[in-house]
Design a protein around this ligand. Structure first.
Ligand code: HEC
Ligand code: HEC
Length: 478
């Protein structure tokens, strides 16, 4: 039995475990070399692509959903009535899938078609995690790489110990680094112990520390850590998604709630990294801070791939509705504009005035007035006068006086936040809350006050008033 086979059999039970526990489980199980029963799915003997990865064909429930993503990437077999079950002619579905495959590869073999404009702006999707990290800190990609290496050294401490002892066979990495693991084990097998000098150990150490996932490996990271909730195709419909309130995010919608950008802009890598490393307080989205920076960035790469691909697919379906056909040009245009939405987010930050003012009782008192004032903040209509999330606009009244919860863009019930409880998912620094009030929360009824104008077209709230509201919101937790 190969290393690959052993890892495969472990994929299933892991997905519902917490990340740290899951990894420990994998390491222990692999270390023990227990000849675990290969299950039917892993008997195919494939190495790189675990057989338990979700099939890219239709998922249960596809037909009741909208037309987007009726098929995860594989060309659809023509059905008897020559539609894909959603009323879309089979040849149109096939044309869309062919375009998607050209631009994104497949789920098994993902890639990106290069855009000419990337050359001009010096963008490369396979290494932008380093450059954006560099831009955020010192503007220096070398410093960014050092930061990645530091986090990998902590994450793989035990494994690096084996390497330093020259004991390559004891190195066990999660299955998404399988190619690397196999390479290391091969080296260990081929090189007699006596010859495993410093240089070789240094070489292997560098491989582990510098590892950055390919898109295929990124998908595998997602499969292990995220898919049970967010679903194989990122629709937020994984097997464990249904118990969650709020539901896990549907990445194919392209809507992200907790960004540092103006209303409706895409998140930056840094925004997604913050969500992953800190989690979202009070929701099923836990912190993944125990993973290495490269693993986190890999998960982000996959979330972006899913969202971009879904955006292009949606656009192509819309084009077909209007033009009755799908041209290659349309596909490339949709691709370029989908990327543009993500890349332009970098320049669309919420303008947060600096420095952050000091909180004073006067500011909090003014914030309270704005919070209650129907002509100004008007927050109380949703959040309630006491901030408990029970204002009159937090529900609608059905005939017969039955209270119905308001819903988010995905049609799920949503409550205005209980601010007395004091969980701030977008961060709890005054500038985080300022941003939240300015940009609102995408996909939810929480409005973007920074965009709101008064009757004369002037900004409804001044910068000072936005700070006052932020300080008041933060003051509600006893
Ligand atoms: C146990 C279920 C669960 C798992 C596992 C999980 N998430 Fe989530 N995730 C959620 C929930 C629930 C939300 C929605 C929270 C909300 O709407 O406030 C969410 C939201 C998100 C968001 C949206 C943030 C935003 O600004 O809108 C991202 C991105 C995300 N998760 C990424 C991931 C990634 C990547 C992984 C794997 C490393 C992962 N999640 C694993 C439950 C989960
Ligand atoms: C139309 C209803 C509505 C109005 C008006 C409204 N909110 Fe909200 N607010 C919400 C909802 C819904 C959420 C929860 C969204 C979520 O977590 O998905 C929320 C969440 C928040 C949060 C939590 C942010 C975080 O990072 O987790 C803050 C703070 C907040 N609102 C402040 C305000 C303030 C201040 C105002 C007035 C300027 C206001 N809201 C007006 C509906 C509203």
């Amino acid at each position: 039995m190969t290393v690959a086979d052993r890892s495969l059999t472990l994929l299933r039970p892991m997905t519902h475990l917490r990340p740290a526990a899951a990894l420990a489980f994998l390491l222990l199980a692999t270390l023990a070399c227990a000849p675990s029963e290969p299950d039917a799915r892993s008997s195919s003997g494939s190495t790189q692509t675990p057989a338990t990865l979700p099939a890219h064909g239709s998922q249960p429930g596809d037909e009741s959903r909208d037309k987007t993503g009726g098929n995860g990437g594989a060309p659809t077999e023509p059905t008897d009535d020559a539609t894909d079950g959603t009323g879309l002619p089979a040849e149109v579905r096939a044309a869309i899938d062919a375009s998607l495959a050209e631009l994104f590869g497949t789920f098994e073999n993902p890639r990106y078609e290069r855009l000419d404009s990337w050359g001009e702006i010096g963008f490369d999707p396979s290494i932008d995690a380093y450059s954006s990290a560099g831009a955020a800190s010192s503007g220096d990609a070398t410093a960014a790489r050092e930061e990645f290496a530091r986090s990998a050294s902590t994450r793989w401490m035990t494994e690096l110990e084996h390497v330093r002892r020259g004991d390559f066979q004891s190195v066990h990495l999660p299955e998404y680094a399988l190619a690397l693991l196999i390479e290391i084990h091969e080296l260990g097998r081929k090189t007699p112990l006596a010859e495993r000098d410093e240089a070789l150990r240094g070489f292997v150490e560098a491989k582990i520390v510098d590892w950055y996932p390919t898109l295929a490996e990124a998908r595998s990271i997602y499969h292990v850590h995220c898919e049970s909730c967010h679903g194989a195709q990122g629709r937020g419909d994984g097997p464990t998604s249904f118990g969650h309130d709020p539901r896990p995010r549907d990445f194919t919608s392209g809507t992200f709630k907790f960004t540092s950008r103006v209303s409706r802009a895409k998140p930056t890598r840094a925004d997604l990294l913050r969500t992953l490393s800190e989690g979202l307080a009070g929701t099923g989205m836990a912190s993944y801070g125990g993973l290495s920076r490269a693993e986190l960035e890999g998960a982000i790469d996959w979330v972006r791939w899913l969202a971009l691909r879904a955006a292009v697919e949606r656009e192509l379906l819309a084009t077909y509705e209007i033009d009755g056909e799908i041209s290659e040009d349309a596909a490339h245009e949709a691709y370029a504009s989908a990327w543009d939405a993500w890349l332009s987010a970098e320049s669309r930050a919420v303008p947060v005035p600096t420095p952050t003012p000091t909180v004073t009782p006067e500011r909090v008192a003014r914030g309270r007035e704005l919070f209650l004032d129907p002509k100004k903040g008007n927050c109380a209509q949703c959040h309630g006068e006491s901030g408990r999330g029970d204002g009159p606009a937090s529900y609608t009244l059905e005939p017969g006086g039955v209270k119905q919860s308001i819903v988010d863009d995905w049609g799920h019930p949503i409550r205005p936040r209980d601010l007395v409880e004091g969980k701030f998912r977008g961060g709890r620094k005054p500038e985080d809350v300022y941003r939240r009030i300015y940009a609102g929360i995408n996909g939810t009824p929480m409005p973007a006050l920074g965009d709101s104008k008064d009757a004369n077209g002037a900004p409804l709230l001044s910068e000072d008033e936005l700070w006052d509201l932020a300080f008041f919101a933060l003051s509600l937790k006893p």
